[in-house]
Design a protein around this ligand. Structure first.
Ligand code: ADP
Ligand code: MG
Length: 268
């Protein structure tokens, strides 16, 4: 990471998919070592933003940089500094845990001795060392998620992107993933950029951004935002600014907007 730079810097970022504006003029920064929660209902533009920051998607306009490197002009440098835990499962289920990590390390051009050492370290870290030779298809959901975390840590990233890392996990696995996050923050000062639908998890973040329909509607420390809005808790705040309309069964923009106070923006 280049010193003196924010971990993540986004300025007037826009992404359009033929006619649909998925990311609409987003600007924010994330400091080194910060745990940043990126919140919003389904379709808000969270995964699209993460894909741009991880150099997997080009923006329509605006700027993004990670670890001091420009996501469009220096994608290789960005990738060297980041780890990604995708929203969708992305392991090769036909391979063993070991083979999945080996493949990842080779893609990242990690030399064999270093790669092998890291594979053991990360597998022990997520407590899958004893299962390293098992086929991933035989793993439980929680084990697969832990293996994805291990893979994201292989090249010791400065910035870790986690897209809904705890969705569908039992409380034990969820707790374990949070223990790993806390440990990485203390030991390596890793920066976290994560999305979650759990408001309990969001309240653990240093700061959160709340977006809807590609727009940033709130940004600040959870406690400051709650106080400023006079909300009961983060869930109350979230619903008061994004409304009650459901998103994943084709709700129209009108329906969504009727449910919320338009243009409400809170910075705390
Ligand atoms: N490749 C794509 N082509 C067309 N539309 C897309 C594509 N990816 C995402 N979208 C649309 O962009 C919007 C934001 O999606 P996404 O970033 O996945 O939201 P979130 O992760 O917050 O649920 C949605 O309306 C989604 O349907
Ligand atoms: Mg998403």
């Amino acid at each position: 990471m280049l010193s003196g730079h924010p971990a993540i810097e986004v300025s007037h970022l826009v992404k359009q998919f033929d006619g649909l504006t998925a990311v609409n003029d987003l600007s924010f920064t994330v400091g080194p070592g910060e745990l940043f929660g990126f919140l919003g209902p389904n379709g808000a533009g969270k995964t699209t933003t993460i894909s741009i920051l991880c150099t997997l998607l080009a923006p329509t306009s605006g700027k993004a940089s990670v670890a001091g490197f420009d996501c469009m002009r220096e994608p290789v440098r960005v990738r060297e500094n980041i780890g990604i835990i995708f929203q969708e499962p992305s392991l090769d289920e036909r391979l063993t845990a070991w083979e999945n990590l080996e493949f990842h390390g080779m893609i990242y051009h990690m030399a064999k001795p270093h790669r092998r050492r890291r594979m053991e370290e990360v597998l022990r870290f997520v407590e899958l060392w004893d299962r390293r030779d098992s086929i991933v298809r035989s793993f439980s959901g929680g084990m697969k998620r832990r293996l994805e975390v291990a893979r994201g840590l292989m090249h010791q990233p400065r910035v870790l992107f986690l897209d809904e890392p705890t969705i569908g996990l039992d409380p034990q696995t969820r707790h374990r993933i949070w223990t790993l996050i806390d440990q990485l923050r203390v030991e390596h000062h890793t920066t976290f950029f994560m999305t979650t639908h759990s408001m309990e998890e969001a309240e653990r973040c240093d700061r959160v951004a709340i977006l809807d329909q590609g727009r940033l509607l709130a940004l600040g420390r959870p406690s400051d935002l709650i106080a400023k809005q006079g909300a009961k808790n983060l869930e109350g705040l979230f619903l008061s600014i994004t409304g009650h309309a459901l998103r994943d069964n084709g709700a129209s923009e009108g329906e969504i907007n009727r449910g919320r106070v338009r243009k409400m923006r809170i910075w705390a």
